[in-house]
Design a protein around this ligand. Structure first.
Ligand SMILES: [Zn+2]
Ligand SMILES: [Zn+2]
Length: 104
């Protein structure tokens, strides 16, 4: 009778902590509202809004650089900040661009 052998057997059959795979993060959070307007929304409508830049999406030169020329053509352009002057809150800290109300 070997106590050492018995001890080894007890050890080898002892509980081992199983490494459980970490549960995958639940990516079920649906976005409450789109940040950018869909193509084809009516300009000037509630849906025509760029939440990222807080201007109407149809006038967002940061999302659509091809709009820049139209602003420059009407002399509505801030070269320093690369924005239409009428959107430039750095030059016009009082500026508030309101999102049009949603028509139910
Ligand atoms: Zn934008
Ligand atoms: Zn500016």
């Amino acid at each position: 009778m070997s106590l050492v052998l018995a001890f080894l057997i007890a050890c080898s059959t002892g509980p081992t902590a199983p490494v459980a795979p970490a549960p995958a993060p639940a990516a079920t959070a649906a976005p409450a509202e789109a940040i950018h307007a869909d193509a084809g929304v009516k300009p000037g409508s509630h849906e025509d809004w760029c939440a990222e830049h807080a201007v109407p999406e149809s006038q967002c030169t940061q999302c659509n650089t091809s709009l820049t020329a139209a602003f420059k053509a009407t002399d509505d352009w801030c070269d320093e900040h690369g924005l239409p002057e009428s959107h430039c809150k750095k030059c016009n800290p009082e500026l508030k661009i309101e999102r049009p109300a949603k028509i139910q």
